[in-house]
Design a protein around this ligand. Structure first.
Ligand SMILES: NC(=O)c1ccc[n+]([C@@H]2O[C@H](COP(=O)([O-])OP(=O)(O)OC[C@H]3O[C@@H](n4cnc5c(N)ncnc54)[C@H](O)[C@@H]3O)[C@@H](O)[C@H]2O)c1
Ligand SMILES: O=C(O)C(=O)C[C@@H](O)[C@H](O)[C@H](O)COP(=O)(O)O
Ligand SMILES: [Zn+2]
Length: 366
């Protein structure tokens, strides 16, 4: 088992990464003094429940916990206020009290939704992340929890850190290929913002990663979580540095919203967004090599690098205006300076963004 600590003073918590960790959930709950006397609730989705809910539930019941569960439909559209209310209702009906815990068993959708319920139920109760996707190496760490608004991604949310992250990498073996690629997009993002050596390693190990080679995957998840934990521990509430974790998201989130949250999955949308940021970096005089390397990397992982042609440029621009980094009437972008380093710029011109969107739709500039 590998272990990392998210260092946030008295709210610090561990990330446990290893094969078969769901079997050890009861010991880990005991170690972290998760109260046995109050009922707990596992929130998961309808694809994950038949695979892993029974295991987690029986392990915890075996240790004396009273375990309730609630499954939401799979997919991004479950990150909604409507679903939030349904999970809330289930929590009230299950009699969760102030000492109860909510456990998210699933990907980023489950984690963000269940986490937002935990953050707001009785003004906040304990929350435990049990990620089951590659992408969730990112979403399970750092305490951003939210649901979407139809006009903008993650618009209704909170910061609520988990008690711990229990990452059983055996669960990843059942991931559909599209979700493997999507998760690797955020893994690569952690390299692009912080560590050129890790980007090179990802490129060299693309085949192993795509085939879920256990050792390669465990290393990639550990490295990704390491970057994420370090950044979060420096700037928990995104007053500065943390915004770098948003590379590719200004465009990516807009694409997800414009598509009604059911065309591109998150990792796909941000892969396109990261190629867009690499194009924008040329406007600041940075090397065109950044764009070439970024694009080739995502192509190698079978991720999309173009905006679907039917998406209207104006609609994308409009959705981008709701980005949470938008400040004093100015778009704010995470811009690559070179591979492994980015900067936050608030002097990106809207015309440049329009041109980049057109380029990403396959309409090359003259
Ligand atoms: N909070 C954060 O810091 C943060 C960071 C990154 C992404 N996110 C959010 O995460 C979400 C995307 O997360 P995701 O990609 O994990 O999506 P997801 O939770 O929808 O999971 C992807 C799909 O895989 C299925 N699945 C999950 N685990 C499985 C398994 N082990 N075996 C088989 N199928 C499985 C799910 O049912 C779903 O259909 C987005 O909403 C994004 O905004 C949040
Ligand atoms: O943790 C962060 O900070 C991130 O930016 C990680 C992103 O990968 C993630 O998609 C996050 O949910 C985006 O945050 P938002 O504040 O732009 O909604
Ligand atoms: Zn993301």
């Amino acid at each position: 088992m590998r272990q990392l600590i998210v260092d946030l003073g008295e709210r610090s918590y561990p990330i446990y990464i290893g094969e078969g960790l769901l079997e050890q959930a009861a010991q880990l709950f005991g170690k972290h003094a998760i109260p046995v006397k109050s009922p707990i609730m596992i929130v998961t989705d309808e694809s994950i429940a038949p695979l892993y809910l029974g295991k987690l539930q029986s392990v915890l019941e075996g240790a004396g916990y009273t375990v309730h569960s609630f499954s939401v439909p799979s997919g991004e559209t479950s990150k909604s206020l409507e679903m939030y209310e349904r999970v809330m209702t289930a929590a009230i009906q299950a009699g969760l009290d102030r000492h109860s815990s909510i456990i998210a068993l699933g990907g980023g959708v489950t984690g963000d939704l269940a986490g937002f319920v935990a953050a707001t139920y009785m003004r906040g109760i304990r929350f435990i992340q049990c990620p089951t996707t590659i992408l969730a190496h990112d979403s399970s760490v750092g305490g951003k929890v939210a649901v979407n608004h139809k006009l903008a991604k993650n618009m209704i949310g909170a910061f609520h850190q988990p008690e711990m992250v229990i990452y059983d990498t055996l669960t990843l073996k059942t991931l559909p290929m599209r979700e493997v690629r999507s998760g690797l997009s955020e893994v690569i993002k952690h390299g692009l913002i912080w560590d050129r050596g890790f980007v090179d390693w990802c490129r060299e190990h693309a085949e192993q990663l795509l085939h879920l080679d256990s050792e390669a995957l465990a290393y990639a998840l550990y490295e990704g979580c390491k970057v994420k934990s370090y950044v979060v521990s420096q700037d928990e509430r995104e007053s500065g540095l943390r915004a770098i974790l948003n590379l590719g998201h200004t465009i990516g989130h807009a694409l997800e919203a414009v598509a009604g949250y059911n065309e591109l999955v998150h990792g796909e949308a941000i892969a396109i967004g990261m190629v867009g940021s690499a194009l924008l970096s040329q406007r600041f005089g940075y090397e065109s090599e950044i764009h070439r390397i970024t694009k080739q990397l995502f192509e190698r992982f079978g991720l999309p690098v173009q905006i679907p042609a039917h998406m209207e440029t104006d609609a994308i621009l409009e959705a981008m205006m709701h980005d949470k980094k938008f400040k004093e009437g100015q778009m704010v972008f995470v811009i690559p300076v070179h591979i492994g380093k980015v900067e936050i710029r608030s002097d990106v011109k809207v015309e440049w963004v329009r041109e980049v969107i057109e380029q990403l739709k396959g309409k090359e500039r003259a």
